[in-house]
Design a protein around this ligand. Structure first.
Ligand code: DAT
Length: 175
């Protein structure tokens, strides 16, 4: 089965990593795309202005598909996750958060003014959601408003959707 990737995307600061870590504790297999890119040197260069890696997207998909070969479900955390082709994707979750909360989180990260304002703009424009609709079948896409939810509540929404379509009698189903 090709459709094994579950993507958790959203503007930086919306809670992807927090949620992915909790999902991992619950037994789901999760990959942090940024760490994966660094580990495997899957970048073409570095964008100094944006303070971010320029990812070799083609190679990243190849490596992820290879890595996931023997797995049923692999959860990906990263705001560049829509580069995985639709045929490999089971679900795409987009995390959203109130702009004031996001602003505080990004400032707390010591992001430059440019990086804070670009990310706030992306959240206002719902860039991740638009990208997801461009990349994936609409019925794979779930947008989650996280502002008044604990990370555990967000995880419970995601888990309940994931568990709808897996065989729960199979102990390896999350692997
Ligand atoms: P991302 O991986 O999208 O960049 P993160 O998981 O690092 O975001 O979260 C950014 C900060 O927000 C971090 O300090 C944890 C906090 N946070 C994440 N989700 C939250 C939630 N649902 N409620 C309260 N705080 C949350």
């Amino acid at each position: 089965m090709l459709e094994k990737f579950v993507i958790i995307t959203g503007t930086p600061g919306t809670g992807k990593t927090t949620v992915a870590k909790l999902l991992s504790k619950k037994g789901w297999v999760t990959f942090d795309i940024t760490s994966f890119v660094k580990e495997k040197s899957l970048f073409l260069g570095y964008d100094i202005i944006r303070d971010s890696l320029i990812i070799d997207e083609e190679q990243l998909q190849k490596e992820l598909v290879k890595e996931a070969e023997d797995r049923k479900i692999v959860i990906l955390d990263g705001h560049t996750a829509t580069l995985i082709e639709d045929k490999f994707v089971k679900y795409c979750f987009i995390l959203k958060v109130d702009l004031e909360v996001l602003n505080e989180r990004l400032i707390a990260r010591n992001y430059s003014e440019l990086k804070v304002s670009e990310n706030l703009q992306a959240e206002i424009m719902e860039s991740c959601l638009t990208e997801a609709y461009d990349a994936y079948d609409a019925n794979k896409i779930h947008s989650i408003e996280t502002t008044n939810k604990t990370p555990e509540e967000v995880v419970s929404i995601i888990s309940s959707i994931l568990l709808q379509r897996i065989d729960q009698s199979d102990p390896q189903a999350r692997q």
